[in-house]
Design a protein around this ligand. Structure first.
Ligand code: SF4
Ligand code: SF4
Length: 467
């Protein structure tokens, strides 16, 4: 038993609404087209490497950048580049270049080559169709597999993760290869694997821990091998007891109990925010404006671990991800979808809307972004499509009740940002550390005047960033 239980913490207790938590992951049909923004990550936008009219295969590199903080983009279907255009990216509040690819009938794969020591494993995995078979196969080979991974140079692993376009799949979309290259003066002694999934409705990570637990653990092992910390903590909220038990048992079966453990955390929002997580798991405080690596920690999401496993064992770039589709849809569930699939195609598979007045939110109700355009695609950062019925409440005036200040996990003064942005005092936002806001939405949730505080904060941040 390697479970450590952390009982006391602050934060919000939200209604969970996790109606899809018991629904196994299903693969959606391939889309008729995909739309791929060339910036789906934190950092520099990529440059397109293909032209309109060009044929592309699934997994083919189509956009890249020379910048260190960036992540390449791959075609997620086989087809023809049917359009190249500019689009608004509501997730980043910016205008980005994008490519549309229209599907061909036959799928052809263009995956990266893997290290020769893993070639036999790649071939065996290629012959297995069901995910349960893959999990069993990997469990049976786990010690041999770890030996093989240990024999690969760190530089090669980091390059493979970069070339696969892997970014943080918990929503931040920070390029993963950058986290694997901390500056020399930052010794990483702990990795936290984030399986909290603290937002209401979303259940994709929960299903990954139940159904893809061994693949997730192999990904975590890959990060462990590269960063060589003393300990890996797999942090899971206590409303996912089945995942806690499953991951704990996989750690024991894999012989990792000396260095890996599960941390069971109280289900409070925003437990999954990196700095909150580090405070609760390790009792360390990341300085204002600092990064987890400043306190010796790297945090990666469970979906990112699975993506790393796919990249190293199968040579599969980041072309698909598991998302929850939930709220006011007839057939909610957890689905594997190709990145770039338009929301409209996914909603068609999940049934008609139950309400004409609705909001489409990419992400959860606290941190997600409203979209007006159903043609907008699922990008690497999207973990949920939530359909909400009804109209948002009307914004009232601030009554200076202080609730937003009391709840802010970053110790900020949210009401001030509303005032500064309304009066165009953007430099004041900077002075009051607006960049430290993690956009968790707790302030807006508790505001009795229904002030969309996060929307004001996002506006302030993008004006300061010059967008
Ligand atoms: S100011 Fe930012 S970090 Fe603080 S509660 Fe609001 S959204 Fe969360
Ligand atoms: S919670 Fe809303 S009303 Fe209360 S101080 Fe903050 S912004 Fe003002």
């Amino acid at each position: 038993m390697t479970i450590k239980r952390v009982k006391f913490t602050s934060g919000l207790k939200l209604p969970e609404n996790k109606v899809t938590e018991h629904m196994p992951v299903a693969r959606l049909e391939l889309p008729s087209k995909v739309i791929l923004p060339l910036q789906q990550h934190f950092g520099q936008q990529c440059n397109l490497l293909v032209k309109k009219g060009e044929k592309v295969r699934t997994g083919q590199l189509i956009a890249d950048s020379d910048s260190f903080i960036s992540a390449p983009i791959h075609s997620t279907i086989t087809g023809v580049v049917s359009s190249v255009f500019k689009m608004i990216n509501p997730l980043a509040n910016s205008i980005v270049d994008a490519a549309e690819i229209t599907a061909s009938e036959e799928e052809e794969l263009d995956f990266q080559s893997v290290n020769p020591v893993l070639e036999d494993i790649r071939k065996e995995l290629g012959s297995l169709r069901e995910n349960g078979e893959i999990e069993n196969y990997l469990s049976g080979k786990i010690k041999e597999l770890f030996d093989k991974i240990n024999s690969i140079e760190n530089e090669e692993i980091i390059a493979s993760i970069k070339n696969a376009g892997i970014v943080g799949l918990g929503g931040a979309a920070f390029p993963t290869h950058v986290k694997l290259r901390p500056p020399e003066d930052k010794k990483i002694d702990s990795i936290i694997i984030n399986g909290c999934e603290c937002e209401p409705y979303i259940t994709a990570d929960h299903r990954i821990m139940l159904e893809y637990g061994m693949q997730m653990l192999i990904g975590a092992y890959i990060f462990y091998k590269v960063l060589n910390p003393e300990k890996v903590y797999i942090a899971i909220e206590d409303n996912k007891e089945d995942a806690i038990i499953n991951i704990d048992s996989l750690i024991a079966k894999s012989g990792l109990a000396d260095n890996f453990c599960v941390v069971s955390l109280k289900s409070k929002y925003p437990m999954g925010a990196e700095k909150t997580l580090i405070k609760n798991v390790l009792k360390r405080k990341v300085p204002m404006g600092g990064l987890p690596m400043d306190v010796g920690v790297v945090v990666n999401n469970v979906g990112t671990c699975k993506a790393a496993c796919d990249a190293i064992l199968k040579g599969q770039p980041l072309i698909e991800k598991i998302i929850s589709v939930t709220g006011a849809v007839a057939n909610p569930g957890n689905f594997i979808v190709r990145i770039g699939t338009p929301v409209s195609e996914i909603l068609k598979c999940c049934g008609e809307f139950r309400s004409e007045i609705r909001e489409i939110i990419l992400g959860g109700p606290m941190m997600g972004n409203d979209i007006n355009e159903e043609n907008f695609p699922v990008t690497k950062a999207v973990n949920c499509i939530l359909i909400k019925k009804g109209l948002p409440r009307n914004e009232g005036n601030c009554i200076r009740c202080g609730r937003c200040v009391n709840i802010c996990p970053m110790n900020l003064l949210p009401l001030n940002y509303v005032n500064f942005v309304k009066n165009s005092k953007f430099e004041m936002c900077k002075e009051y550390y607006i960049s430290s806001c993690i956009e968790c939405g707790s302030c807006a949730y508790v505001c009795p005047s229904a002030i969309p505080i996060v929307a004001y904060i996002k506006t302030g941040k993008s004006i300061l960033a010059g967008k």
